[in-house]
Design a protein around this ligand. Structure first.
Ligand code: FES
Ligand code: FES
Length: 165
């Protein structure tokens, strides 16, 4: 039997069926057509499915959707402000911080959570913050360089709200 619940995703409310302890990733991809978040391990180990829940990075493949009522969920599709890329998205392009790209949406979301809270992360802090995200193509050095740039971006992190207002 259906168990309908309102979820807020990228600033919009959606009525979704959360019956059977459905995970957020399936709802995003299958019900809402938001396929940017990827299915990797399905066990919370690889980070390909990372989204933001109230600004905090979360593995959507293990997040029980019924527990997310009233929370603000942001996916890679909702990260840019209009046609202006988020500083982390721009930095990944600038540093060519991807190869196959499968891990990239999750990396970008985890990185966005990091730079939102730390404008001057050390390389060690970046590595620590990105521990839950695996890149099988081994682009880690370029990802670290990208996140260093994004954290320092003039329109990055805390400045973004101001720029958007
Ligand atoms: S698919 Fe969610 S952590 Fe791997
Ligand atoms: S770019 Fe291929 S898994 Fe990261």
């Amino acid at each position: 039997m259906a168990e309908m619940l309102e979820l807020r995703v990228n600033g919009a409310a959606h009525q979704v069926d959360v019956a059977g302890r459905r995970k957020l990733l399936g709802i995003l991809r299958d019900d809402l057509g938001l396929t940017g978040s990827k299915y990797g391990c399905g066990e919370g180990q690889c980070g390909a499915c990372t989204v933001l829940v109230d600004g905090v990075a979360a593995k959507s493949c293990v997040a029980v959707a019924s527990a997310l009522a009233g929370r603000e969920i942001t996916t890679i599709e909702g990260l840019a402000t209009g046609d202006k890329l988020h500083p982390v998205q721009q930095a990944f392009i600038d540093h060519d911080a991807m190869q196959c790209g499968y891990c990239t949406p999750g990396m970008v979301m985890a990185g966005a959570a990091l730079v939102e809270n730390n404008r001057e992360p050390s390389d060690e802090q970046i590595v620590e913050a990105m521990q839950g995200n695996i890149c099988r193509c081994g682009t880690y050095q370029r990802i670290v360089a990208a996140l260093r740039q994004a954290a320092a971006a003039p329109t990055g992190a805390g400045d973004r709200q101001e720029a958007a207002s």
